[in-house]
Design a protein around this ligand. Structure first.
Ligand code: FES
Length: 156
């Protein structure tokens, strides 16, 4: 069975079984569910709370505390434009503007075709390479507005 054919409930059950329904592992459980489903659907959070016998509010508080978690569906490709100080002074604003124009999506949004989610981050620890853009976990350094289109086209 592929991930595409797995239901949300099946994914949650598999992840919870992996963690032996241990509520102290809630962060890891949510990370794994998101890794499988690409976001944390409401049904998955409800099911997690029920199976772990913990309040749904606790699950939501963890899911909303960490920026890495998303309660909305994300695009297949994640583009994170660093807006930290070092990147900002080297032109990150222009890079972000170009991504927003090319994708017709603002930072924090996902394109209607679900292909891209554009987000900003504050320093990814590679300041010397700035402006930095992280595409699907891969760092691109010294990004200029002119390079944006080819970065997008490089995402299959
Ligand atoms: S400010 Fe962008 S990597 Fe540090």
């Amino acid at each position: 069975m592929t991930l595409d054919t797995r239901s949300k409930a099946e994914v949650v059950n598999i992840v919870l079984a992996k963690y032996q329904n241990d509520s102290s592992m809630l962060v890891g459980i949510l990370q794994d569910i998101q890794a499988e489903l690409n976001y944390l659907p409401r049904e998955a959070l409800e099911m997690t709370a029920e199976v772990l016998s913990i309040p749904l509010s606790r699950v939501y508080s963890v899911a909303t505390f960490f920026k890495a978690f998303s309660l909305k569906p994300r695009g297949r490709h994640g583009i994170h434009v660093c807006m930290g100080t070092a990147c900002h002074v080297r032109g990150a604003e222009k890079v972000l503007d170009r991504f927003q124009t090319e994708l017709c999506a603002c930072a924090g949004e996902t394109t209607p075709d679900m292909k891209f989610t554009l987000e900003t981050v504050n320093c990814v620890g590679a300041c010397a390479l700035g402006p930095v853009v992280v595409v699907d976990g891969e760092y691109e350094g010294q990004v200029t507005a002119e390079k944006v289109k080819s970065i997008i086209e490089g995402c299959k």
